[in-house]
Ligand binder design. Structure first.
Ligand code: ZN
Ligand code: ZN
Length: 428
């Protein structure tokens, strides 16, 4: 039976780029350690959700961990809140928030010049002082990091079945919050959306009057005069990763969303010095910690956000550089015995350095450690087409992991009252 090191490089896949001689960043990067894992392992391509569908990071991660993203996603807002240690009660929904800049009616900066927490938290406080409840719902705005925040809306029958107001682009007005057409309780969704729209209007009034913004404008900085919300979520109530797959799991990540997903699944979230969830994150410290804690855990999930950030910023050369840096720091994993540890390496989706958006192109994946060895010697989007794993979907990954780690139960065996895909080795 093997332990598992499961590495996700966010937004790893890409498309051919003219400046890179029509190669992808992964094809361009010099990455001897990753290629060695590929050449001594088995490779394939993953459609995180299904072919052609560009995934959000939350949905892709849930699918990879064996949770159906169409029915089991508690919502990005609550996962991110959990990652910041914000507790969500019942009868509460959480939105992810951006402090942004409006000029006239249109958004000109979705991040209000990346306003610092020092000022954004003051703005949130002013909003909370002025607006406490609307139409029977209580509102609380929390600044988390820089321009980011969480909005909690609580009250009986509050509904998560409402739309985002963040249009995810500039040059257009913020959207209105609307009830979903397929809402299970249209009445609750309408009541929630109406209250949220009234709240957001009043928030604009408070932000426009704030001294913080007057100072920013005097200094020539964009004022944070609007908030954009998205990803309404509820308190997660998912079966734990341990119960579903039999692994005692830990997470090493910097980004709050990934810590939140891990926490929602009951993984232990390990805080590692220098793990920032940004391009300056300390990759070395993440891999070192993983090799240290793999003796205490059956499954260590390592997340690196940097590759996705370079892609959103449309910086292919930076993406190449980051892949090379990550590869360099991964050398320490060669100390792990392939008889004891299965290494899985992949991305949660492709992010194009050309468009700066997530795309529905499949992502390469590799398994190393006791698995069949195919002919693929290099780890990239094109070489992986010839790999022995073929094309798989996100939800196929965990059964493949169980099998490769020698933990899979034979189909049809009934050793527990609830059907399980893993061997109940504790009871034997
Ligand atoms: Zn992602
Ligand atoms: Zn992204």
């Amino acid at each position: 039976m093997k332990r598992v090191v499961f590495i996700i490089l966010d937004g790893l896949g890409d498309r051919p780029i003219a400046d890179l001689g029509y190669k992808t960043p992964l094809q361009t990067a010099f990455k001897p350690n990753i290629d060695k894992l590929a050449s001594k392992g088995i490779v394939g391509l993953v459609h995180p959700i299904s072919p052609g569908v560009p995934p959000g990071s939350d949905s892709a991660h849930l699918a990879y961990f064996g949770y159906d993203p169409t029915t089991e996603n508690p919502g990005r807002g609550s996962l991110e809140a959990l990652g910041y240690g914000i507790k969500i009660g019942y009868d509460t929904i959480a939105f992810r928030v951006n402090f942004a800049t409006l000029s006239g009616d249109v958004i000109i900066d979705r991040r209000a010049g990346r306003i610092e927490s020092e000022y954004a938290s003051q703005l949130a406080e002013e909003v909370n002082q002025e607006i406490k409840s609307i139409n029977g719902f209580n509102f609380k705005l929390i600044n988390t990091l820089d321009h980011r925040g969480i909005l909690l809306v609580s009250g009986s029958n509050v509904s998560r079945e409402v739309t985002d107001t963040d249009p995810h682009t500039i040059g257009v007005p913020p959207l209105r919050c609307k009830p979903l057409e397929a809402a299970s309780s249209p009445e609750n969704a309408i009541r929630t959306a109406n209250a949220v729209n009234r709240y957001l209007r009043r928030v604009r009034g408070v932000l426009c009057k704030s001294e913080v913004n007057k100072h920013r404008m005097e200094e020539g900085k964009p004022p944070a005069n609007v908030i954009l919300i998205r990803g309404a979520g509820v308190k997660p109530s998912l079966e734990s990763f341990h119960d579903r797959w039999g692994f005692k799991a830990a997470c090493i990540a910097g980004g709050p969303l990934y810590k939140g997903v891990a926490a929602a699944l009951g993984m232990d979230v390990i805080n590692v010095p220098g793990a920032t969830g940004r391009v300056d994150s300390n990759f070395s410290s993440k891999f070192k910690h993983a090799t240290r804690i793999i003796k205490e855990y059956d499954f260590v999930f390592i997340h690196i956000k940097a590759t996705d950030i370079a892609s959103h910023d449309r910086k292919p050369l930076l993406k190449v550089e980051l892949i090379e840096k990550i590869d360099h720091e991964m050398e320490i994993l060669s100390n792990l015995s392939s008889e004891d540890v299965l290494i899985v390496l992949t991305g949660d989706h492709s992010t194009s350095c050309i468009t700066g958006m997530h795309t529905g192109d499949p992502v390469p994946i590799l398994f190393h450690g006791g698995v069949r060895i195919d002919e693929v010697k290099s780890f990239d989007e094109v070489s992986a087409i010839a790999g022995g794993l073929g094309f798989i979907r996100g939800l196929n990954i965990m059964p493949l992991v169980l099998n490769a780690a020698d933990r899979a139960e034979e189909f049809g065996i009934k050793t527990s009252s609830k059907p399980r895909m893993y061997r109940m080795h504790y009871d034997r």
